[in-house]
Ligand binder design. Structure first.
Ligand code: PLP
Length: 467
């Protein structure tokens, strides 16, 4: 008989206390943090869903591997284990360790791209876009139209629009496209998966035009699980063979091991191109470290070597995706607007539909995220008008689930908090900015509620002059 209750496929051996605060305390804490949840102390958060990156819990096998770490500067056996474990899944010739994903991006784009070049992706993650633009190239998002509509129910909303890719190549010329990238799953597009069929089609276009195809592979295991669940012909395959098949269709990848590497830090860069690998290792030595550690400790390499295999375990993936979907379907069934269908690592609330009385210029995502904290000590992150300014196509609040950290009752609690906020949505006011930095303003901005009948009553002292 199929089991209906989702249970965690692990027992808990080490625990970390959570800190309770009262609503009144949270009101004061929000004011002190200028209504910017990045500026809170983590100890003042009860359930922290700010990110799934580097926030996971390691297994006993990973902690045991940590003790095996070989901290030799060069030729460490921990690097051999790291490379072998990654090659077992990805199959690429060269594996270059980096301290996290964006370091892999900087090295890849720094070497392959120049001013005037164009990099297509289904949707660039913010660091990926920034690293492409930093070297003067243009980052172009080519996700299918369904991927831009929060309520549409396509099973693979992370797919790339293949016809749009063809016409981009025709328009700018293949010599200006150093590589094509596919982000699996598509984080900035709601954590939505990419189908194997789509990977195959993109790969065929790239081969025809002799353009390398790279994966932004942060959540490759969750993507493999969605393919198993949703794509015809894959239901009896293991997530590992699905991931292997996907990687074979490409020429390399960048990876933040803080996601499906199940580690708290680390990343890597892979390629089959010998000449490129040599250039990448030279740059790595300049900025990250020697190619057998790349800015990581030997114990980090060990944790990743074990974690990346654990991320592909069926029991783990079944629980992970079911638990995320549980959160999404429970709030959606009460009318809460979310990006559908639920993503792999996170649920995204559609703040514009949640708070239709708050215009985009009053940051509905920030207003909603602050209210979730005020109501129940839950920290989330706005992905919308504060993060992207006028370019924001949606105002979302992302609730990202750390791996193996929270139990099902924690998720039930989050459902309860969201529904309480939903019931009180008409009283939530918009926000205005008192201070903003010239770039990446969402990390440090100071805000305060709009209007006299403030949701949070006390006025916020103005920050430095805004830009
Ligand atoms: C899709 C995607 N690419 C790249 C990165 C960057 O990785 P890191 O934070 O390790 O630099 C992230 C991090 O969240 C991500 O989600």
């Amino acid at each position: 008989m199929p089991v209906k209750t989702i249970i965690e496929p692990f027992r808990i051996k080490s625990v970390e206390p959570l800190h309770w605060t009262t609503r009144q305390e949270r009101q004061g804490l929000l004011e002190s943090a200028h209504y910017n949840l990045f500026l809170l102390r983590a100890d003042d958060v009860l359930i922290d869903l700010l990110t799934d990156s580097g926030t996971g819990a390691m297994s006993t096998a990973q902690w045991a591997a940590v003790m095996q770490g070989d901290e030799s500067y060069a030729g460490s056996r921990s690097f051999d284990r790291f490379r072998e474990s990654i090659q077992d899944i990805c199959g690429y010739t060269h594996v270059i360790p980096t301290h996290q994903g964006r370091a892999a991006e900087r090295i890849l784009f720094g070497i392959t791209c120049k001013t005037g070049d164009v990099v297509p992706n289904n949707t660039h993650f913010d660091t990926t876009r920034a690293n492409v633009e930093f070297v003067g190239a243009e980052a172009v998002d080519l996700v299918i139209p369904e991927g831009r509509q929060p309520a549409s129910m396509h099973p693979f909303k992370g797919n790339m629009d293949v016809a749009a890719l063809e016409s981009l190549i025709e328009r700018v010329g293949r010599e200006h496209i150093p590589l094509v990238m596919l982000t699996v799953t598509n984080n900035s597009g709601g954590g939505q998966p990419v189908s194997m069929e789509n990977v195959g089609q993109v790969s065929a276009v790239c081969k025809r035009h002799r353009i390398p195809l790279y994966f932004d592979a942060c959540r490759f295991a969750e993507n493999a699980w969605f393919i198993k669940l949703r794509e015809p012909g894959y239901s009896s395959r293991t997530p590992k063979t699905i991931a292997q098949e996907m990687f074979r269709l490409g020429d390399g990848c960048t990876m933040s091991a803080k996601k499906d590497g199940m580690a708290n830090i680390g990343g890597f860069l892979c390629t089959n191109d010998d000449l490129l690998a040599q250039q990448e290792k030279d740059l790595l030595i300049l900025t990250e470290g020697y190619p057998t550690y790349g800015g990581l400790a030997g114990r980090d390499l060990e944790a990743i070597a074990v974690g990346i295999q654990e991320a592909l375990e069926e029991d783990y993936l079944r629980y992970r995706i079911a638990s995320t979907a549980y959160l999404g379907t429970h709030v959606a069934s009460k009318g809460v607007p979310i990006v559908q269908p639920p993503g792999g690592h996170a649920i995204y609330l559609d703040a514009r539909a949640f708070l239709p009385h708050v215009p985009a210029e009053q940051f509905p995502g920030i207003a909603l995220a602050c209210e979730l904290y005020l109501e129940g000590g839950v920290r989330s992150v706005e992905i919308g008008s504060l993060m992207f300014g006028a370019a924001a196509q949606m105002d979302l609040v992302r609730l990202a689930i750390p791996r193996r950290v929270y139990t099902q009752s924690h998720i039930d609690y989050v459902v309860e908090v969201i529904l309480d906020v939903w019931a009180n949505r008409e009283n939530i006011r918009g926000m205005r900015i008192n201070y903003q930095a010239p770039f990446l303003r969402h990390f440090t901005a100071h805000l305060e509620p709009v209007g006299t009948e403030l949701a949070y009553r006390l006025p916020v002292p103005p920050g430095p002059a805004g830009i």
